[in-house]
Design a binder for this molecule. Sequence first.
Ligand code: F6P
Length: 341
Amino acid sequence: MRIGVLTSGGDCPGLNAVIRSVVHRAVVDHGDEVIGFHDGWKGLLEGDYRKLDLDSVAGILARGGTMLGSSRVQPASLRDGVERARGHVADLGLDAVIPIGGEGTLKAANLLAQAGLPIVGVPKTIDNDIASTDVTFGFDTAVTVATEALDRLKTTAESHQRVMVVEVMGRHTGWIALHSGMAAGAHAIVVPERPFDIDELTAIVGERFSAGKRFAIVVVAEGAKPRPGSMELEEGGKDIYGHERFVGIGNRLAVELEERLGKEARPVILGHVQRGGTPTAYDRVLATRFGWHAVEAAHRGEFGMLTALRGTDIVMVPLAEAVQTLKTVPAERYAEAQNVL
Ligand code: F6P
């Protein structure tokens, strides 16, 4: 068999572990040939690739980022994208293509699969918002990084009697905010799923100081928004890919809380530090299992499918099903954490 692999969209700790796993399972166990496309779908569309053998993936298991590079180019954004992809798959004699990516990548993967290309998808995102899998790799690493940051911020916040407003990633969902906030014992957690009320947030933080505490930690997901009428927030417009641009909710909340409470507040934007660096052991294992199962699915001829974690098992689910909705945090999960607005 000849298999192509690519990583597309925002990077994520564990991508290299999937690539390595695909090569190990395919080359060593099945005697396949594997090629890696450079910079996501762009590599497939331009026929830009390299051969992947055991040597080329040596030492990458623990490395963050992606050895293949990534981009946000999607086949659907080019008029002849699907046909160009089909042409390169045929010219290169590929029996399967394994795209590793998040929401946008999996939508593109589904489009190509519907067009008859032999696609087996692997989900990735630090945001953990892909509906068909219990967990995505990268999430555990992001939560670990954010939790460590929150722990560290507590000591400096206490020294100066400050409010720390820590903005974590999460464009549409609050998984990282919820988990890191719970793990670090944050005093308020603000998530995109629940538009917040600024009076309520001010009251929660204010009550803490009234009770004699010397500091407060607020975790806010970057996509969080105030309830209509609660607080004005400028629109950030769209970025070059048409995604909503964030307005810096962390900065905005720090200013608002400082003015309302008369307490010093500092914003901390964790940003891409959550996505960089070595994956945790959990993410390495999940990524490795996804790679292994993607190769097996390709050998069984199960195309148009996606690897997914269900409980402790890896299963295959239809790509078409996986791209329907995002996995938001269910309401009952908020009840388990304190002060989720
Ligand atoms: O991978 C998803 C994500 O981490 C979002 O939480 C965030 O909004 C986005 O990526 C930012 O990615 P980039 O800056 O690479 O466009």
